[in-house]
Design a protein around this ligand. Structure first.
Ligand SMILES: [Fe+2]
Ligand SMILES: [Fe+2]
Length: 194
């Protein structure tokens, strides 16, 4: 096969919570980048955010939330945390669909991305401060779950044709990274030279 399959960076899977928190950081950095970017760079950043959020939401819905519900069996307050998270995903996905269908020059484009950013910030806070700590108290095997999350994530990214860009690598600039990077010296419309 000409195309290589994306594989895990190491054989030992990351803990599920560490993996999901890393996703949260990646997305929140992109929202910050969006806020500071030129108008012409914003569409690409928004597209990337929407894709990464779609992958993240899918692996949580398919794997994390069912595992959490099972582990919380009978604990109503904790089950409610999962139900709330699922409802929030529904609303986030509506915003994502809206953004994906919007032209970059739509007068509500920036505002819709900002609203999504605020919404995700709230959702992430609830997951990290409430859901994840409760999940840690259960007997869920977080390493095993982390392995499944990562495998599914890589498969989805490959399916969607999007690049993995997990760990922050400030000094390594891919072509995509260079295209998205915001240099104060660059004039609008100018292209990165090779
Ligand atoms: Fe979530
Ligand atoms: Fe999440």
């Amino acid at each position: 096969m000409a195309r290589s399959t994306q594989t895990r960076s190491s054989d030992s899977p990351r803990d599920a919570i560490a993996l999901l928190k890393q996703d949260h950081r990646t997305v929140s950095a992109l929202f910050e980048e969006f806020a500071k970017a030129d108008e012409e760079e914003q569409s690409a950043i928004a597209q990337r955010v929407c894709q990464l959020l779609t992958v993240h939401a899918t692996i949580e819905e398919e794997l994390l939330y069912p595992a959490a519900k099972e582990a919380f069996d009978g604990e109503e307050e904790n089950e409610d945390l999962v139900n709330e998270a699922e409802v929030e995903h529904g609303s986030a996905k509506e915003l994502i669909a809206k953004i994906e269908g919007m032209a970059g020059d739509d007068e509500h484009f920036k505002a819709t991305v900002s609203v999504l950013g605020e919404y995700i910030k709230h959702h992430v806070k609830e997951e990290e401060n409430e859901l994840f700590p409760q999940l840690k108290k259960t007997d869920v095997d977080l390493k095993e779950l982390g392995g499944r999350l990562e495998d599914r994530k890589l498969a989805l990214m490959e399916q969607m044709g999007i690049e993995a860009e997990e760990e922050p690598q400030p000094r390594k600039r891919s072509a995509r990274g260079a295209a998205r990077s915001k240099s104060a010296n660059r004039r609008p419309g100018s292209r990165a030279r090779h």
